[in-house]
Design a binder for this molecule. Structure first.
Ligand code: BG6
Length: 489
């Protein structure tokens, strides 16, 4: 078994989950900076001060009470403030990535590090220089950066004072930010992703039961439309700056299966793919809304504000590659669900043919092959798996070693399935495992949900030395890369 030559092996992170330095170097706050830590059972909260000056907290996605403003409060731990301090450790971390033989490193740029409020006309120079230094360091080791422009971190000011992505003006602010990235790092970066897991906005509305209202859908689809236009404008600008740029979409790739052969389940599954997966991929890769979009909007009385100019932008700003995250599959059914799975980011029927992670995520390597083959057939664009990984509890032995054979096994199975997809004709060009270094979980805010090949001594309460160490999987992945995927033992 081997992979195409030049295959981009590597790992992935996101700024808010690794970087820390939340109030250093002129950076402005993002929503994650007022978000507390949680667990698989305890949700994360966003903290604020209400109109009477009283501190309070609310669930993510719930609106701020009238007159309240977001605030960092005493007595709470905000794990993203320090994260794993990549801000100060990036040289050490990149050296470790290089030791594993990484060909690429997927990372994101914190929007509020470049534009602290998001509305400034000129970027924050210190922020621009920070990323330039990171890219130079990667270049030293011939590691190709793969840069996500937006990874869940709109500047807090835009969320609080501009109404977030529901406001059309965000398109302009984002385009300014993206243009800065394209021009400042021209010559240092070739691969770009416009929005991380763009489809979450709608997909997660459905995942947690039927509680979402028509208004929620109206807002979610309008937000998505603004992001599609922002992405399409960015793609056009990126290509004008450098025609060699490879710019991709990034979709949360959950493979769906019908739970039974009841035709109602089969249809529900097809419609689930359309709504959860194809809706965004079609607009970004084909340049227009699929025929089923009207049905989806009508289901919830959605009326979108779409201009003629938007449609032209969507058509002109299609992506060069399709990238996605893959962690799990899920079951679609119209029947009552007796055996439910629930974890962060997942809810639904349990698949009796699969096993589940400690956080309730279905472990399904074949689902990755299925996804790759379906998507390649649909778009015939180069594909990249830009997130795949196992969040697990790791035990540090007395001698400091960490025997994470469960993680090795997870990766081995997924790599075998990727290889089969390639043999079946899929043009897969890269694979970046999620959380190549331990980081703060996006869903739960935990550190104990570890993904890395590299262990970071930091716990859920923010205690630890930040020392880095190599897990068994570190040595294993090094061998995999050195053999271009031939040696998986
Ligand atoms: C994806 C995100 O949803 O899954 C990452 O792009 C996230 O930011 C990853 O970290 C894993 O999820 P979690 O909740 O385990 O961090």
């Amino acid at each position: 078994m081997s992979f195409p030559s030049g295959f981009l092996w590597g790992g992935a992170t996101a700024a808010n989950q690794v970087e820390g330095g939340w109030n250093e170097g002129g950076r402005g706050p993002a929503l994650t900076d007022v978000t507390t830590g949680g667990s698989v059972k305890e949700p994360r909260y966003e903290t604020y001060i209400d109109k009477d000056g009283k501190p309070g907290k609310k669930l993510q996605k719930q609106p701020l009470p009238d007159g309240a403003h977001y605030a960092v409060l005493d007595g709470y731990h905000y794990p993203n403030h320090e994260a794993v301090d990549f801000y100060h450790h990036y040289k050490e971390d990149i050296a470790l990535f290089a030791e594993m033989g990484f060909k690429t490193y997927r990372m994101s740029i914190s929007w509020s590090r470049l534009y602290p409020k998001g509305i400034e006309k000129e970027p924050n120079k210190e922020g621009v220089e920070f990323y330039r230094n990171v890219f130079m360091e990667l270049k030293k080791y011939n590691i190709e950066p793969l840069v996500t422009i937006w990874h869940f971190d709109t500047p807090l000011y835009l969320e609080e004072h501009e109404g977030g992505w529901l406001n059309r003006d965000l398109i302009e602010y984002y385009v300014r930010f993206a243009t800065t990235c394209f021009t400042e790092y021209n010559g240092l970066v070739k691969y770009w992703l416009t929005f991380n897991e763009i489809n979450n906005t709608v997909m997660f509305l459905d995942m947690f039961g039927n509680k979402a209202t028509d208004e929620d859908y109206q807002n979610a689809y309008q937000i998505l439309h603004h992001q599609f236009v922002a992405s399409a404008k960015a793609v056009q600008i990126g290509h004008a700056v450098n025609p060699d740029y490879m710019i991709g979409c990034m979709i949360c790739g959950i493979t769906r299966y019908p739970a039974t052969c009841d035709p109602n389940d089969i249809l529900a599954n097809r419609y689930g793919w359309e709504k959860g997966i194809f809706y965004c991929g079609d607009v970004q890769a084909k340049g227009y809304y699929g025929t089923y979009a009207k049905r989806l909007w009508d289901e919830h009385n959605v009326h979108l504000n779409i201009t003629e100019e938007d449609l032209v932008d969507l058509e002109r700003g299609t992506v060069d590659m399709y990238t996605f995250s893959y962690y799990m599959s899920s079951l679609e059914t119209t029947h009552e669900v007796k055996d439910k799975v629930s974890g962060n980011f997942v809810a639904g029927a349990r698949n009796e043919y699969l096993t589940y992670s400690d956080w309730g995520w279905a472990l399904d390597p074949k689902g990755l092959r299925y996804y790759l083959e379906v998507i390649y057939d649909r778009y015939e664009l180069p594909l990249m798996v830009v997130e795949n990984g196992l969040g697990a509890y790791d035990k540090v032995e007395e001698d400091g070693s960490i025997h994470d054979e469960y993680r090795i096994d997870y990766y081995r199975q997924h790599i075998i399935e990727m290889n089969k997809a390639i043999e079946h004709g899929v043009d897969l060009i890269g694979y970046t495992t999620w959380g190549c270094i331990d980081l703060v979980s996006a869903g739960t805010g935990e550190m104990r949900k570890r993904y890395g090949f590299i262990y970071v001594d930091m716990d859920d309460e923010g205690k630890g030395s930040m020392a880095r160490s190599r897990k068994d999987s570190f040595y294993w992945y090094k061998k995999v890369i050195a053999s271009n995927g031939a040696d998986l033992d």
